[in-house]
Design a protein around this ligand. Structure first.
Ligand code: AMP
Length: 281
């Protein structure tokens, strides 16, 4: 992969990378399409990275359908599919971890200790192997985007991080490979995340700026759904991810909710540029 990538770059072509764990859906494909528009050569990686799953998480059951993924990527005109084995990524003797500071401790960090060490380490490896000019990530994993951007700045990776909007099902549920775990009843209940974020959006549009009020309204909606158990419903600074009292600068409204045994995340982002609020859901 690295030799192929070096050849692409030596030929003066721009290389785009879309890192994924497979079980591809329209969210992944939206990143692929963007990469194809902006780059000469698009590489998609598929690797279910064991080091970003905690004990008791779904590493073993994570949906895998390599042939279907390959077919989807061929249809999209992807140039290279990089699908290493676990042994290739973590050969015997592997012992290096990238650990990022404050950005990894709140939100997901509280519920998935070690998760972002796994993410940062594998993404750093992918950057060094695929040598991309641009790498594409989905805003659905908002904290992951913050963490990767921090790593790229701190460690001077020569790659531009492109963050793209969340792709949703027609009813609003954020697309996720993990949605495949939901049974029919849970699938209905899962919509409560979107409803809670819609409520927050509505309140923000009406001028509400108090974080506690926004959180309280979201919690009330989520708690009304018997199948939903809240991990967090938080209003935080979009860059530092620290809690905010009022929404007056770029803000992330983030949810993690368990529906049965399936853990789902979603968010909306508030921009404050030019004094006007912009809300991306
Ligand atoms: P994953 O395969 O879950 O590791 O995701 C690979 C990439 O796709 C990550 O950058 C995700 O943020 C992104 N992604 C996942 N779901 C969506 C979605 N619904 N919309 C846009 N991007 C997404």
């Amino acid at each position: 992969m690295q030799v192929a990538a070096a050849g692409v770059r030596a030929a003066g072509q721009r290389l785009g990378l879309v890192p994924t764990m497979g079980a591809l859906h329209e969210g992944h494909l939206s990143l692929v399409r963007r990469a194809r528009q902006e780059c000469d050569v698009t590489v998609v990686s598929i690797f279910v990275n064991p080091t970003q799953f905690g004990p008791g998480e779904d590493y073993r059951n994570y949906p895998r359908d390599f042939e279907h993924d390959k077919h989807l990527l061929e249809n999209e005109g992807v140039d290279l599919l990089f699908a290493p084995t676990t042994e290739e990524m973590y050969p015997d003797g592997f012992q290096t971890t990238i650990s990022i500071g404050q950005a990894t401790t709140p939100l997901e960090g509280k519920f998935r200790p070690g998760h972002f060490d796994g993410v940062a380490t594998v993404v750093a490896k992918l950057f060094n192997v695929v040598l991309p000019d641009k790498a594409y990530f989905g805003r659905k994993d908002a904290q992951q985007c913050v963490v990767i951007q921090r790593m790229v700045r701190d460690l001077n990776f020569p790659v531009a991080i492109i963050v793209r909007p969340t792709v949703r099902e027609p009813d609003g549920l954020a697309m996720s490979s993990r949605n495949a775990y939901l049974n029919a009843e849970e699938r209905k209940a899962a919509l409560t995340l979107y409803r809670a974020l819609r409520r927050a959006k509505e309140l923000l549009e009406q001028g509400e700026r108090c974080a506690a009020t926004l959180e309280g309204e979201m919690r009330a909606l989520l708690e009304a759904e018997p199948l939903a158990k809240i991990d967090y419903a938080a209003v935080v600074d979009a860059e530092t991810l620290q809690p905010l009292a009022t929404v007056e600068r770029d803000t992330l409204v983030a949810l993690a909710v368990r529906i049965g045994r399936t853990r789902l995340i979603d968010n909306l982002q508030v921009g404050t540029e030019g004094g006007r609020l912009t809300i991306q859901l």
